[in-house]
Design a protein around this ligand. Structure first.
Ligand code: PLP
Length: 471
């Protein structure tokens, strides 16, 4: 790796060339062949616009809106647009955060701090809720009550109701869930929370910017936003289906009173009084300006057209799965996710990747089998997918199950850095080639969740080592 602090500064063009060279190792962010992590609308000129907008505001600090009113104005514009799209009335308020995880952490914090009298505040979520809720609960020391989902992988309102106790500060549902793309019955869930006087959050981080347009296109989806009685907050990520560059999500509350405990204020030191609505204090205006430019450039009619294209791609991809022997849809493709299951699903994911379709393997969970996840965006051109899928299924049958190269009889406390390094070497991960992952995924899938967490933590820690410089 190059030296991040060379003795003498390096010319700009050389640095940009080095960055481009590094980026060549990445999966493709554009072109509609990567079905996780990235959201590409394939609109000419949009990247250039967002980059220019980012550059204009990159050095502005959101810490103090009186010093930088430009950022406050942009934030308020984004929040207003989100509230309008998501059923907020003139009482709705919100904040721009750095991403979905931060929005969820803050929704949980606001709920927790609205009940300071509780010693063990609790959060009730369906088992399909995003992992970020578990992170929020962990960071904030809120107890997490995970409720098994019912039919169709949807949260079960009566089971959720039964999990609510006097200590519950927040109940949540997904619109839609990330893993399967199904929308929870938000009106019923919000009603059971409201009946007990408990806040209800809709995690629309993933689909909040596309569901309203899908509904306008005729998709049969339940109401899911602030127009639903009992919904007290909702989150939507602009860096997902609003197609803004990374680093922007919005958390909306039904009223200012509900938002107030989200703030952190501290005057007990000799410096400036710190008042933060979000986790970070100093924050760049770059992502916020880029998001505003993206929204204004695409516009309402543009998002409708992007949703139409996305729907078309989902329909074509799903039809290909349905007509291919040996694979099936695991969840109804009612939003923007295609979720596939098959024999030897991890080998199949490798075979699809070898044909240029980069999907996301998902491990088995309870009675949910391992699946392949496709987040479909407007740039996806499904031409050739059916043929490649058929070929990949045939190749998977020929290869057979991924033979585990190591067998694990470990407990999480036995996982040391040396053990992980040895395992990674044995699994062929030492050289940084992650293109054939079936054996690794098979191993991780067989590991109990706590062991999988320990192994992957160890592996990430192994990767995150100070670089040895080449010059
Ligand atoms: C439903 C849902 N909630 C929350 C998140 C977390 O978002 P982020 O990765 O931006 O923190 C995601 C991310 O995929 C999501 O799909």
């Amino acid at each position: 790796m190059v030296d991040a602090l060379p003795g003498t500064g390096v010319p700009a063009e050389q640095i940009l060339e080095e960055l481009r060279a590094l980026r060549r190792a990445d999966l493709p962010t554009h072109g509609g062949r990567l079905f996780a992590y990235v959201y590409d609308p394939a609109l000419d000129g949009l990247d250039e616009l967002a980059e220019a907008a980012h550059a204009i505001s990159a050095h502005v600090n959101g810490l103090d809106p009186t010093a930088f009113p430009s950022l406050l104005a942009m934030e308020n514009a984004l929040v207003a647009a989100a509230a309008r799209l998501l059923g907020g009335d003139d009482q709705a308020v919100g904040s721009v955060t750095s991403g979905g995880t931060e929005s969820l952490i803050l929704a949980v914090k606001a709920a927790r701090d609205s009940r300071p009298e509780l010693t063990t505040p609790r959060l009730v979520v369906p088992s399909t809720a995003h992992a970020a809720f578990a992170k929020a609960a962990h960071y904030l020391r809120v107890a997490l009550d995970v409720v098994p989902v019912g039919a169709g992988l949807r949260a079960d309102p009566s089971a959720m109701a039964a999990a609510i106790t006097g200590d519950t500060v927040l109940v949540a549902g997904s619109a839609p869930s990330y893993a399967h793309g199904v929308v929870d019955p938000i009106p019923e869930l919000a009603a059971v929370a409201a009946e007990r006087g408990v806040r209800f959050h809709v995690d629309a981080c993933f689909g909040g910017w596309v569901l309203p347009f899908l509904r306008r296109l005729g998709a049969e989806l339940p109401p899911f936003d602030l127009s639903v009685p009992g919904v007290t907050s909702i989150s939507v990520d602009l860096h997902k289906y609003a197609y803004a560059p990374k680093g922007v999500s919005i958390l909306l509350h039904r009223t200012e009173r509900l938002r107030l405990p989200q703030y952190f204020a501290y005057a007990g030191w000799p410096g400036y009084t710190m008042v933060n609505p979000i986790v970070s204090s100093t924050r760049s205006g770059g992502p916020i300006a880029a998001a505003l430019a993206t929204l204004r450039h695409i516009g309402d009619d543009g998002y409708l057209e992007l949703a139409r294209r996305t729907r078309e791609a989902v329909t074509t991809l799903s039809a290909a799965v349905e007509k291919t022997d040996g694979v099936r849809l695991f969840a109804p493709p009612e939003t923007t996710v295609v979720c596939i299951t098959a024999e030897n699903v991890f080998v199949l994911a490798d075979e699809l990747a070898a044909r240029g379709w980069h999907t996301q393997p998902q491990m088995s969970f309870g009675d949910i089998p391992a699946t392949i996840h496709l987040t479909v965006t407007a740039s996806v051109d499904p031409t050739g997918f059916a043929a490649d899928l058929a070929e990949a299924v045939a190749a998977t049958a020929t290869r057979g199950p991924a033979a585990p190269t190591v067998s694990l009889s470990l407990t999480p406390d036995m996982v040391t850095p040396d053990l992980v390094a040895g395992l990674a070497e044995g699994l062929g991960l030492g050289g940084g080639d992650f293109s054939r992952m079936a054996a690794v995924n098979e191993l991780l899938d067989a590991a109990p969740p706590a062991l999988r967490e320990a192994l992957l933590t160890g592996f990430l820690s192994l990767l995150q080592r100070p670089a040895t410089t080449t010059e």
